[in-house]
Design a protein around this ligand. Structure first.
Ligand code: SF4
Ligand code: SF4
Length: 223
């Protein structure tokens, strides 16, 4: 994958930062543990969720947690990219993917890309109570399980299966509200703890969640 064949050193143009923040690897663990990169600025792509694979250049289901730096607002641009200064606001502490990225020769990035990915378990397994909650959420809201249910729904057109799917979506939704209201967790860290809400990611199955007059339903994305 070579984007800029005509250059041989970084011009600090920011194009790579504008295309999205990096994924974290084990080497980056202390950046999060020490709060250099706060958890409110990161999110998790959960196992089975579709994500754009920069190396294979395709949308593929991820094989384990991928923790990434959030984009700014609705854009892909890394939250740490300073457009005015055309600079990284955490340059000295930028994660390993940013340190090895050379857009004119991506072999080093390709070499580490799928290795030693940092997971939520690496960061949170010792946090009593919270890890159990995340683990339970992961099992109940597994993308693999949801994919199987959606496949059956499309084949059998069964209300009972639609009900099972919507129950999972509601559990995901309610859990997030509960940990904010009762657990007093910062709303901004939910996408790190539990991945992005199913209501936001469900379009990967060709369906979206619609709420109307107190009812929740599944509708095709193109409707
Ligand atoms: S590595 Fe990124 S910032 Fe540097 S020249 Fe390439 S696209 Fe621009
Ligand atoms: S952390 Fe810094 S170098 Fe890495 S993508 Fe964000 S702004 Fe760019």
């Amino acid at each position: 994958m070579s984007q800029e064949k005509s250059i041989s050193e970084c011009r600090r143009c920011g194009t790579c930062c504008k295309k999205g923040g990096p994924s974290f690897h084990i080497e980056d663990k202390q950046l999060i543990e020490k709060g250099i990169i706060p958890t409110k600025f990161i999110y998790t792509i959960r196992q089975g969720e579709l994500a754009y694979d920069n190396i294979r250049r395709a949308l593929l289901p991820v094989t384990s947690d991928i923790i990434k730096i959030k984009g700014r607002g609705e854009t892909w641009c890394c939250i740490y990219y300073d457009e005015q200064e055309t600079a990284c606001r955490i340059y000295e502490n930028r994660p390993v993917e940013c340190r090895v990225l050379k857009c004119w020769d991506t072999r080093e990035l390709e070499d580490i890309f799928e290795k030693n990915r940092l997971t939520r378990k690496d960061l949170l397994a010792e946090v009593e109570g919270l890890w159990d909650l995340i683990d339970e959420h992961d099992r109940r809201c597994s993308y693999e399980k949801l994919g199987q249910l959606v496949a059956r729904l499309k084949q059998e057109k069964s209300n009972a299966i639609a009900g099972q799917i919507l129950e999972i979506v509601e559990y995901d939704n309610q859990l997030r509200k509960l940990v904010v209201e009762r657990g007093q967790l910062d709303e901004q860290i939910l996408d790190f703890l539990f991945g992005r809400p199913l209501e936001e990611t469900f379009h990967m199955f060709g369906l979206r969640i619609e709420r109307k007059e107190g009812k929740i339903m599944l509708v095709p994305v193109d409707r």
